[in-house]
Structure formats: structure tokens, C-alpha cells
Design a binder for this molecule. Structure first.
Ligand SMILES: O=C(O)CCC(=O)C(=O)O
Ligand SMILES: [Fe+2]
Length: 319
């Protein structure tokens, strides 16, 4: 990769505040919500029985973090990045592809390298909502993460479908964005096969946020996500990552965020959320999020109607 291929950095700090003001003033018409009529309900049979298979796993400790985000859990017990194969059966992948393709109808254009995106898809698709609340699915993702997980409490930040298309060359430079996510536990599921698009590689910085240098590509790695349904699990707020411009074809991905209910802490910042939604819309959602984070783990699991997932259950199969 040469320096002209570098993806610019998404705004942080004061830049985020400016973006929040821009989002507040922009008042883009909201895309009309679409309601999907879904043929297939979610079923745990759509999870691979012998999966998932992980490769290239690195803990937060291996990425270089000495401090853990959770006081009682070592940085070496929490996954920083992992490539996830065979989480879903081929039928499960096909169902997600069909649903996410249909959700493009209500997608809004994005300033990012992502051409279009539909946010808050658990409110639009009962399949995706039921999947995220399935104990088997959550247990599988919790085992990948190293901590028990529930769906992220704030609906807008919980799920989104990204659609990437080729952009004119001049725009590719401005719109490619290295970033960290507002949420911690993030599963990026690529639903297009590698043969359906070129470009669109998922890059991440193999190190800590403090050691990130957008001009030093020696620390960048390309996640091998070839088969449709392959996913990259990341500790999103502590890992710089970005998708390179799509040069041809179309790349579609489903991005899901989770929260560890045993700890009240959360990395999401008001300005991170406000840069997406504008300031007035973010205030009530932010208060709702703070409120939700106070709830006990037992309560958070019971709200989604499942038995709690415990730390002990992460280390043996079954449960
Ligand atoms: O679409 C992807 O694969 C990931 C994009 C991303 O990093 C994000 O939406 O935060
Ligand atoms: Fe991201």
C-alpha cells in the first residue's frame, strides 16, 4: 500500500463536536421506515452446530493494552480482534442477505466511505431482533468476546446495515475513514462474498489506539473475510479500523453492537452519538442509555427474556 492509499482519519475530539453541530443543522429528511414481511422466522438452527471457527484472534493484552476496560477482568481475557468463520449455516447467511438487501430501500446516504446505511434494523426486522435476543446467538458471540453479552441498549447504535458502492476517485480519498466505534463489542458481518466486489478490504491497526498512525501502514492488517457470512469481531472503541473504498461491485455488511451487562461502564460518548443524530435527538436517547446501563445484569437478561449468561458458561461447551 502506498501513502496515497491511506484512508483519512475520522474526526475525534473537537472534530466530533463540529460534526454534531453539522448533523443538527443538516435536517436531512428521514428515510421512510420500511416494514419487512419476513417469510422465515429466526431459528437457532441457523447457527452452525460446529461453529464458529475463529482465526487471527488477539486479546486486548496482545494488542498492547496493559489496562483492562473492566477492573475485574484481565486485558488478556477480552478479545480485541478475531476473524469469525462459520457462525451461521448457509441458510442463515442467505436469510440475512435477503433481509439486509430489502432493508436498502429505506437506507440513508452516508458521508462516510459507506455509501448508504440503514440504522436501528432490529426495529425493522423481527428476524434480526430475534437473532440478537437469542440466547444461543448471544452465547456464541459472548464466547468470541470473552465476556457475557446482551444487545447494546440503545437501538440506533445496536445494529446497522452498510452498503458500499464505488465512488468517483476524487471522493474516495475524502470519504475513506479510519475510526474507532462508539460501542465496545462489535460484530461486523460481511454478507457479500469476496467475488462480488473489489476493494472494500477491512483493515485494522494491530496495536493500541495511542500507537495508531494513519500514515504508518506497517501496523495495518487486512482481515480475511472471504466467504459471505464471515465476520470480524472487534473491541470497537479500542481498535482503529476502516473499510477501503469499493472499486467495483457492491459490498453489504451487518454491524451489530453488544454490551457486557456485568459492568456499568460504556465507552460511548455523547459527542460520538450526536455526530450521527444531531444534538436534540441525542439528549433523550443519551439519558435512556445512562438509565439502561444502571440496570442489574439479571434485569438486563430478563428484559430480553433469557436466562443470564454467566462467565462460567463461556468456558465450556453446552449450557
Ligand atoms: O461495514 C463494515 O464491515 C464495517 C464498517 C464499520 O467499521 C462501521 O460501520 O463502524
Ligand atoms: Fe466501525
Amino acid at each position: 500500500m502506498n501513502p496515497s492509499d491511506t484512508l483519512p482519519l475520522f474526526e475525534r475530539g473537537v472534530g466530533r463536536v463540529k460534526l454534531a453541530l453539522k448533523s443538527t443543522l443538516k435536517r436531512t429528511p428521514r428515510p421512510s421506515p420500511i416494514c419487512l414481511s419476513e417469510q422465515l422466522p429466526w431459528s437457532d438452527d441457523l447457527l452452525c452446530q460446529h461453529g464458529p471457527v475463529l482465526s487471527d484472534t488477539r486479546t486486548l493484552g496482545q494488542l498492547g493494552y496493559a489496562d483492562s476496560p473492566h477492573a475485574k477482568i484481565a486485558a488478556d481475557s477480552i478479545t480485541g480482534v478475531a476473524v469469525v468463520h462459520r457462525l451461521f449455516t448457509p441458510e442463515g447467511v442467505a436469510a440475512l442477505q435477503g433481509i439486509c438487501s430489502r432493508l436498502e430501500e429505506g437506507a440513508g446516504d452516508s458521508d462516510w466511505i459507506i455509501s448508504r446505511r440503514t440504522r436501528g434494523v432490529t426495529a425493522l426486522s423481527s428476524f434480526i431482533n430475534d437473532m440478537m435476543c437469542s440466547r444461543s446467538f448471544l452465547l456464541a458471540v459472548s464466547r468470541i468476546a470473552g465476556v457475557p453479552l446482551v444487545p447494546y441498549p440503545m437501538v440506533n447504535a445496536r445494529s446497522q446495515v452498510n452498503y458500499f458502492y464505488p465512488k468517483p476517485v476524487e471522493q474516495q480519498q475524502q470519504l475513506g475513514m479510519w475510526h474507532t466505534d462508539g460501542t465496545n463489542y462489535v460484530l461486523n458481518i460481511v454478507l457479500s462474498g469476496a467475488c462480488e466486489y473489489s476493494g472494500g478490504e477491512f483493515l485494522f491497526h494491530n496495536g493500541t489506539v495511542d500507537s495508531f498512525d494513519a500514515l504508518d501502514h506497517r501496523t495495518f492488517e487486512n482481515a480475511r473475510l472471504d466467504a459471505p457470512g464471515d465476520a470480524l469481531f472487534i473491541y470497537g472503541s479500542r481498535l482503529f479500523h476502516g473499510v477501503r473504498p469499493v472499486v467495483s461491485g457492491r459490498r453489504m455488511s451487518l454491524v451489530l453492537s453488544f454490551h457486557c451487562p456485568y459492568f456499568g461502564d460504556d465507552s460511548n460518548r455523547f459527542w460520538h452519538l450526536a455526530s450521527d443524530d444531531g444534538i436534540p435527538a441525542t439528549i433523550p436517547k443519551w439519558l435512556g442509555l445512562r438509565w439502561a446501563l444502571q440496570r442489574s445484569a439479571a434485569r438486563q437478561f430478563s428484559r430480553i427474556g433469557i436466562e443470564p449468561i454467566t462467565f462460567a458458561q463461556l468456558h465450556h461447551t453446552g449450557a
